[in-house]
Design a protein around this ligand. Structure first.
Ligand SMILES: *[C@@H]1O[C@H](CO)[C@@H](O)[C@H](O)[C@H]1NC(C)=O
Ligand SMILES: *[C@@H]1O[C@H](CO)[C@@H](O)[C@H](O)[C@H]1NC(C)=O
Ligand SMILES: *[C@@H]1O[C@H](CO)[C@@H](O)[C@H](O)[C@H]1NC(C)=O
Ligand SMILES: [Cu+2]
Length: 168
């Protein structure tokens, strides 16, 4: 059961290729990455795969303000300059990524995503089904120990009555 759940968890990881066939570049349509993001469901543990050539583009995770103004100030972590690269989404909520080279960000090479704690669409029913049993398997221990406690008590009672039987 536990092994099954672990397998489901690893299978739930989705690799999102940023921009799909477009890759990570200056898009012709400035809202290309916004459109791409809206067609994806991002969950904790998923991977963002940025396809770009080293020195042509880079990836910086930035705060919302820097994303909007296209400044790499206060970049979160170091700027990834070597491509292609994979980034694991290990924090829930909004993430903002820009390219810091030239005017690429202003030209639309920027990405905003929202990461949810729950696994992405397809994995939701099995994990939702897997959760109740896990809570019911955690509840048995108290009744179980209580049962073993009463079992112990009846063994003690049996021994006691045996002792009494021997004594009298
Ligand atoms: C970003 O950095 C530039 C130059 O380093 C500076 O002029 C600007 O005020 C900074 N912006 C913010 C929002 O910190
Ligand atoms: C990114 O992850 C995908 C899927 O796991 C893998 O095929 C690809 O080689 C990885 N790319 C890099 C640069 O690590
Ligand atoms: C991101 O997801 C959270 C939780 O579902 C939601 O409250 C928030 O409004 C979302 N933000 C955006 C920009 O969609
Ligand atoms: Cu770029």
């Amino acid at each position: 059961m536990a092994i099954l759940m672990v397998l489901q968890c690893t299978e739930a990881v989705t690799v999102h290729v940023v921009g799909d066939s477009l890759g990570w570049t200056v898009p012709e349509d400035t809202s290309a990455y916004q459109t791409w993001a809206s067609s994806n469901n991002f969950a904790l543990g998923d991977i963002l795969s940025f396809n770009f050539e080293t020195n042509r583009h880079d990836v910086a995770e930035v705060a919302k303000g820097s994303y909007e103004s296209c400044t790499s100030n206060n970049s979160i972590g170091s700027i990834i300059t070597i491509g292609p690269t994979n980034i694991t989404l290990n924090r829930e909520g909004e993430h903002f990524y820009i390219c810091t080279i030239g005017q690429h960000c202003n030209a639309g090479q920027k990405l905003a995503i929202n990461v949810s704690a729950t696994p992405s669409t397809g994995a939701l029913p099995p994990s939702a089904a897997a959760f109740p049993p896990s809570t019911t398997t955690t509840t048995p221990p108290p009744p179980f120990s209580a049962a073993s406690g009463s079992a112990l008590a009846s063994v003690a009672l049996l021994l006691f009555s045996l002792f009494m039987g021997i004594a009298f």
